[in-house]
Design a protein around this ligand. Structure first.
Ligand SMILES: Cc1cc2nc3c(=O)[nH]c(=O)nc-3n(C[C@H](O)[C@H](O)[C@H](O)COP(=O)(O)OP(=O)(O)OC[C@H]3O[C@@H](n4cnc5c(N)ncnc54)[C@H](O)[C@@H]3O)c2cc1C
Length: 371
């Protein structure tokens, strides 16, 4: 007999699992409290006809063939390699820091060996490396740290790099070559018709029933489901019984500029030292759309608001572990996704995790069938 599952959250985690279960013949009731599918990857045409990402720029990149093959069932792709510039004292430099950044910033003419020697001469060796400050000083030294990282991190996290775990800064590479791509994954592309269209096709299955604008806490008949997948915040599932898990939030300020063909030279420009916002993204770079005007978004980090970035600290991880202990007792519920696992996931990582979860759920549903 086919089983019925409830899935909370129509982002990448929930929608990937929904499609996996539906393809295997099971029924899926997929809910989301927002009035739209696609979670934080949601994109839409704004009032001026430009395709924008409501919750900030989402650039797809992966080294996983499996993830790529799964998504390619629902979209064609537009090849796109993201580039970022960082503004220091009014001038734009390639970011992540590469050889060109050094040459332009310091008026040098270094080759690859020279760039390595430069980093070696300015770095402040740290041992052990515990914080983000340690990571950056250890690789690029104080001047580059202060110009590109220190103030950006303070704005982004509301914390000094010395208060943040090493992993936060370790994600940002430093290069001795002139590669100015933000990501180096083997596959870098945008869904040709946007993320929302891709999700529409993923969820277009007779076994999937999507219900929007409904919160998990409003459901009263959970007993009728054979399995539950929960991709919302894990602390909310347990009614914050141990207190809330801290998140950093963002406010997105969208703007359309009529009769401006191009606002900036790259998809994203970082402002480490000026303004209350961290960065500006111009969507036409990402989507390749042609339009007489352009649409941009400024990101303002905030302490309150929608949960976007888990704040990595030992205290917060200990609190998360306490919620995990409760989650382990919920035998019929799978917790997956960035909010349920309280971790920063790139899109491809969350899809990979969701594909693996779908397989586990299918295995457990087949066990139910036998008993
Ligand atoms: C500003 C920003 C930029 C990013 N850029 C990139 C990028 O360029 N490349 C990249 O790979 N990744 C990027 N990411 C990460 C990407 O957003 C995540 O990997 C992805 O959204 C995770 O999918 P998810 O399904 O776990 O979560 P989400 O997309 O957040 O989906 C969870 C869904 O659950 C719903 N929900 C929560 N609680 C409930 C409830 N109680 N009842 C009903 N529904 C509920 C929410 O409304 C939401 O729609 C970015 C993230 C941010 C914040």
């Amino acid at each position: 007999m086919n089983k019925i599952s409830l899935i909370t959250g129509a982002g990448f985690a929930g929608s990937t699992i929904a499609r996996g279960l539906a393809d295997a013949g099971h029924m899926v009731h997929l809910i989301d409290k927002r009035p739209h599918i696609a979670g934080n990857a949601y994109d839409e045409v704004d009032a001026n006809g430009v395709l924008i990402h409501r919750y900030g720029p989402h650039i797809f990149h992966t080294n996983s063939d499996k993830v790529c093959q799964f998504l390619s069932r629902f979209t064609e792709w537009r090849s796109y390699e993201h580039r970022v510039l960082g503004v220091v004292a009014g001038r734009h430099y390639p970011f992540p820091i590469n050889r060109d950044t050094l040459n332009q910033l310091y008026g040098l003419d270094l080759d690859e060996t020279g760039a390595s020697a430069f980093f070696e001469s300015v770095r402040e060796p740290r041992h052990p490396i515990c914080t983000s400050e340690d990571v950056v000083l250890n690789s690029v030294g104080r001047d580059l740290y202060e110009k590109f990282f220190l103030h950006y991190t303070r704005k982004q996290w509301g914390l000094d790099p010395s208060q943040l775990k090493a992993g936060v800064a370790a994600r940002i590479p430093v290069r001795t070559n002139t590669d100015d791509r933000y990501f180096t994954d083997t596959f870098q592309a945008m869904p040709l018709h946007g993320y929302t269209k891709m999700f529409e096709r993923m969820l277009d299955h007779p076994n999937i029933n999507v219900q929007l604008g409904i919160d998990f806490s409003e459901l009263t008949d959970l007993g009728r489901y054979d399995h539950i997948v929960y991709t919302g915040p894990i602390d909310a599932y347990f009614k914050h019984c141990y207190g809330p898990l801290p998140y950093r939030s963002l406010r997105f300020e969208h703007q359309h500029l009529a009769d401006v063909q191009q606002f900036q030279q790259a998809g994203t420009v970082n402002y480490p030292n000026d303004h209350a916002y961290t960065r500006i993204t111009e969507f036409k770079h990402l989507t390749g759309q042609e339009h007489t005007g352009t649409s941009i978004v400024r990101e303002y980090p905030e302490a309150e608001g929608d949960p976007y970035y888990p704040i990595p600290s030992d205290t917060n991880e200990a609190l998360f572990k306490r919620y995990c202990e409760l989650a382990e007792k919920e035998s019929k519920v799978t917790f997956v996704g960035r909010l349920a696992e309280y971790r920063y996931y790139n899109m491809d990582q969350v899809i990979g995790a969701a594909l693996a979860s779908a397989q586990k759920i299918l295995d457990s549903l087949s066990t139910i069938r036998r008993t």
